[in-house]
Ligand binder design. Structure first.
Ligand SMILES: *Cc1c(COP(=O)(O)O)cnc(C)c1O
Length: 373
């Protein structure tokens, strides 16, 4: 349930998303396309508006994690583009995926056997991308003979399968040390050269690969985190394209009070005011995805930094104010206020995680409001 009648919301700048995509596209070779990765509700930004903005900026396809995420895009009218489900699906969902013209990843002959039977019965054809495990250790085939068996099976079932792509995923494309990346590239090339003729899409690049390995073996870039304006490597490597964060998380000061010295605040009374202080309360908490461990982090209120004091509650948190501020004063938890900025990376650093997790944590309770486009 979206809580629209509360000042806490996510603001998404679709022009920033388009600028990030244009900047990446400008670095690519003529034959390279961009698939916008909009899994997990477009990393919290809202899948359908992001997909439309990315399409307008030149994305020719989308990547999602689940069949349902793909169906959401089809039902929103995105009927032309390739939509690749990156995770494996159960064979009994093959017909449903085919009905929505989704492309699916597989690396298992059993999947093809079972799906073929079901697809034949319903006279459906499924687009397939073969997943190659070149060192990620997640999904896909790693042996040449297994790959050959998959390719042969696909070739012998042209009524049920459209062999559309072959791909891999890198475990360390965001690292300064490129040795593991190079090992995976060599393995990918070795496996892919055995496929003749090759499918339309041969792809390996995520955001980090496109940023730091321009010679990657891909005719499609699966652009995720950099589409949203964040550095895939955190702090390890400098981005090679301009990245503009697209998401802001804002609220308003809901309650203001002056407390005497020695006042305990919040569950567990972990904060006790060391002197007379102005304290504010903001309607956001861990049920919105603002983690409990953000206690102590400084957020922006009316252009000033204010520390979160006491434990973050499920739906509210308290801050120490620089003085008396009006109820309704603007609060920025992620984004810009005047000269100051808090990025999802800053939040991630404080919470000892990565920006991806901070963004994906933002829950459906937060309304998404769109600017630009
Ligand atoms: C999530 C994902 C991506 C996108 O990764 P980013 O680092 O966000 O660019 C690309 N490919 C696969 C297989 C993924 O699972």
């Amino acid at each position: 349930m979206v809580s629209n009648h509360r000042p806490t919301k996510v603001i998404v700048d679709l022009e920033a998303i388009q600028a990030n995509l244009h900047a990446q596209k400008a670095q690519l070779a003529e034959h390279q396309e961009i698939f916008a990765v909009v899994k997990a509700n477009a990393y919290g930004h809202g899948a359908v508006p992001v997909a439309y903005a990315a399409k307008e900026a030149g994305a020719t396809g989308f990547c999602v994690a689940t069949i349902d995420e793909g169906v959401e895009l089809r039902q929103a009218g995105l009927t032309e583009e390739t939509i690749l489900v990156l995770g494996v699906i159960p064979s009994y969902e093959a017909v449903y995926a085919a009905q929505y013209d989704l492309s699916v990843a597989t690396g298992q002959i059993e999947f093809l056997h079972e799906a073929q039977e079901l697809l034949a019965r319903e006279a459906q054809k499924l687009k397939v991308h073969l997943a190659l495990d070149t060192g990620m250790g997640r999904i896909g085939v790693s042996q040449a003979d297994e790959l050959q068996a998959l390719v042969t099976f696909l070739e012998h079932s042209p009524e049920q399968f459209d062999f559309e792509g072959v791909f891999t995923h890198f475990a360390q494309a965001d690292a300064a040390d490129t040795s593991y990346y190079q090992k995976q590239v060599a393995k990918f090339n070795e496996l892919v050269t055995q496929i003749n003729p090759q499918p339309r899409y041969v792809h390996s690049a995520n955001s980090a690969t496109a940023q730091w390995h321009r010679d990657n073996p891909s005719n499609v870039v699966r652009m995720g985190i950099s589409l949203y304006g964040l550095n895939p490597s955190g702090h390890e490597l400098q981005p090679t394209t301009a990245l503009k964060p697209a998401l802001s998380l804002v609220s308003e000061l809901a309650f203001v009070k002056k407390v005497p010295r020695g006042t305990a605040l919040g569950y567990g009374s972990t904060y006790v005011s060391p002197s007379e202080e102005w304290i504010g309360t903001i309607p956001i908490g861990y049920a919105d995805g603002w983690l409990r461990r953000m206690q102590g982090f400084e957020i922006l209120i009316a252009g000033q930094k204010c520390p979160i004091v006491g434990r973050v509650c499920m739906d509210q948190l308290m801050v120490r104010l620089p003085g008396k501020l009006a109820v309704g004063s603007p609060v920025t938890l992620i984004g810009r206020d005047g000269d100051l900025e808090i990025t999802a990376q800053d939040v991630a650093d404080y919470a000892q995680t990565i920006s991806y997790e901070v963004l994906c944590n933002l829950t459906d309770r937060l309304p998404r409001v769109y600017r630009g486009n």
